[in-house]
Structures are given as structure tokens and as C-alpha cells.
Write a protein of this length. Sequence first.
Length: 531
Amino acid sequence: MSANAAQDLEVKARAALAVGDVTEAARVAAILAQQSPDDPQGWFLLGMAEAEAGQIARAVPLVETAVSRGPLAEHLAQLARLLILLRRDGEAADAARRAWALMPSDALSLDTIGCVQARIGDHEASIGPFSAAVAIEPDNPEFRFNLAAASGFMGRVADARDHYEAIIAHEPGNGRAHYALSILSRQTHECNHVDRLEAALRNAREPADRLRLHSALAKEHEDLGQAAPTFHHLSTAKAGRKQELNYKFDSDAAIFDAIEAMFDDAGSLRGAGCADDAPIFIIGMPRTGTTLVDRILSSHPDVVSAGELQAMPLAVKQLAATRSRQVIDPETVLASASLDPRAIGEAYMKRAGHHRLTGSLHFTDKLPTNFLYAGHIARALPNARIVCLRRNPMDTVWSNYKNLFATGSAYYAYSNDLADIALYYARFDRLMALWQRLFPNTILQLGYESLVANQEEETRRLLAHCNLEWNDACMSFHQNNAAVATPSAAQVRRPMNGDGVGRWKAHNDALEPVRAWFEAQGILTEVPLSQ
């Protein structure tokens, strides 16, 4: 086939992909691959057609074939993206590094490389490709948003603010940018965005924008100490979100039931685990101080933060080999009872290794919902340390309610209703009691209020539990320059303070039914948890 004919086919396939005609794109790309088998473009475009059709596992070998015929930055970048979707993080990281080394000249490839680096937790490395993508296409809101988010994660608040403002200048109704800007820093009476947010909300038509704008207004009004509008905007946003998800607590209750049924037999997961002592797991209900403890520990010279890893849930799911699409469900939990603990531990370490800096003695894994896997962790990695954050249940409920968790995550569907959060907290509390009974002295339960009130004493207790020598840097966690990719990014860059203690009391009337229900369940709400 002549070069001109091959180019014509490539143009036709790309045009079909651009308008979503996957069938036509695949047909044309197949002709190109068949008639010019040494040309990488046919294989690449055939892989992209499969990917657009949702067949990621079939797309990867086709793109790999394209790469084998002469690596191009675009092909490697897309391969990295597809590998991330298949949870093959190590291979994805390698493909992204190779793509970046080829100095791509198109903005999409650059943005894709940055997204892959961000997904594996290397937010600092993502800044370069994101910046290059924005330099090429400065008016692309997606590319600029990614750069803004990465800048915020790295503590470059002024840069992040400028990028979010640039997006809003072009798209005044961009709810995602408005919300990200509102949580970037604490708002004041002298400097806030309330009027602009109200105007954007009046003009918003898309449910996703309205959700984020209401959430942004709730956050800014809370910063300003205005309880009534805070709760109004928050309850409006959350009610709509719960209706959209059609969430029922029964779905989470079934998971708790399965875990308790499996582990109520102390012999579950029989056999020796993996002896590696590198991991330190930080668990607990979300928004209870897990990021704070992660910053304290990762300020120690022997510890690096690996972020919120999915490594344990994915290791269990992979080995359980259940057919459901959910990472955790009752079927997967019960199937995991027959697994070899060592196999779980080794599978976890392999996955976690892609997110761990080379040479570090220990790393933190601060996925809060690993409390669901504490039994697996204790069996599979008996030398790992586990720290569970505990916070006053009322502040826990309020903090979960006011946070807008990732809308695509199934872990936090309970967080859109106060009663659902209370039910979830009660089951969390019951599950932690089971872990304490089955694995005494394995899990350090650390009270958020105690840590705030007695920073040095509690930090010493934390380090001792993790078999770490005292280091003064752990008291200056706010000077830690590593990335923070959680809603607590602004808070943990400030010295220890008690601003978050008792926040729920500003909404005492609305939260009274929750307090009364906790009291009826025997769950203390007026004093910090004793450890």
C-alpha cells in the first residue's frame, strides 16, 4: 500500500473515532493493519476502536502491537491509560515514562501522561506534562483543570487558584472548577466567592454543576461561620445526590454482615502470611484525621506516603476471582475465606510496590476504608502496622456529610444522608470491636481529639506502635512538602489545631436525631473516645 493510501485510511479511521462511529473506525483500521502490517497506525487505531467500544482488555494487545512496530508518544500514552484502567499500574507507569521521554507535541498525549502519573500517585511528575498540555491548548478546560488540581496537591496554591480562575473566566458555570477553588483554602469575610457562586447556581442547569455549586456554597458559608445557609446548601446537594444514586444502606450492611460472618471464626484465612514489615496501614472512617496521621508518619525519614492505595481491595478481589464488577461485595468477602494469607500479602506488596519510592524502609497506605480489610491485613501481613483513627461520632457524621466525595466511587454512597452515615458509623464501630477481639494489640486506635490536645504524647505513642524511633520532624508535619491528594490538603499544611473539634454543634438541631440514636445504641457522643 502506498504511503498516501495508508495516510488516507488513517485520516478516515481517526475521523470516525472523533464522531463516535466505532464500527466504521474499526473497519477502516482493520484494512490498514491488514494491508500495511508494519505500519503501527492501523494497529493503534484498531485498539482505540476496541477501547471506545469498552473492550479494554482486547484493546491493549493491539496497542502493544503498534508500540512494537516503532514506539510513538501518542501510542505509549494511550497504552498507559488503558493499562491503568486494567489496574496494571506498574506497566502503565513504565509506558507513561517512555511516552514522556519521547517529548510528545500534542496536548492530548501530554495530558494523558499526566493523568497516568497522577493515578499512580506521582503528582509532582504530573506537573510537567500537564503544564506542557496547557501551553499548547490554554483554553482547554480539562487540561487546565488537571494542572490546577496537581498544583493544589503539591501545595502550589497560588498557581492552582490562577488556573481555576482562568477556567471560570471562560466557563462561568463550571461547577467543578468553582468547587475545587472553594476547597483550595479557607474563605474569609474579606475574600470569598459567595456572590459569584450564587450567580452561577442561578444559571446552572446540569445536575453535576448544581451539586458542586451547592457544595461549594456550603463550604464557603461554613468557613464564614454561617450555619443556616451552610446546612441549606449541603442538604439540597446531598438529597439530590442520594436520589440519583438510589442508595439503600442494606447494600453496605450486607458487606459488613459478610465480613463478620467470615471472621467471627478466628481460624479464617489459615496459614502464615507474608513477612514484609514495610506497610503501615492508616484506617478509619473517612474525614477523621487519616491524612493528618499520614503526614505525621511520612515526615519521619524512614517512611514515605504511598497515598490511598487500592492494592489490598484489588489483591483480595483478584485472588477471590469472583465475577461481580464490584471490588467488594458479600460474594467476594466470603470467597476470600479460602485464600492463602501469604498469597494475599504478596499480591498486595506487588501492587503497592508501584506506588512506593525506592529505598524507603516503610510506606503508609492511608485508604480509610481498609478498615473493611483489617482482618485480611492482620493475617496476610502480620508484621505490618495498623493505625485506626477514631473521632467523636458526631463530628465524624458531620464531616462525612459535608464532604463531596468522588462521585464515581461506590465506597462513599452512604455519605449523602445523615441517618445513613450514622448507621454506617455504628457498623464501623462494631467491626472495629471485632478486630480488637480477634487481633488484640495489632491495631492502635488513635483518637483525633487526643492527638490534637496532646500532640507530642500521642505522636510518641503512634511512632512506638509503628516501631519507629522518635524524630522531631514528625511534630512539624505541616512543613512536609509531599503531595496531598485528599480534601484535607489545606488543613494538613497548617500546624496542629483544634478547629475541627465540635464542629457538629453549629448544626445541633439538625443533628439531634443522630445524637439521640447514637445514645440509644450506647455510642458516646459527648466525650473523646478513650483509647
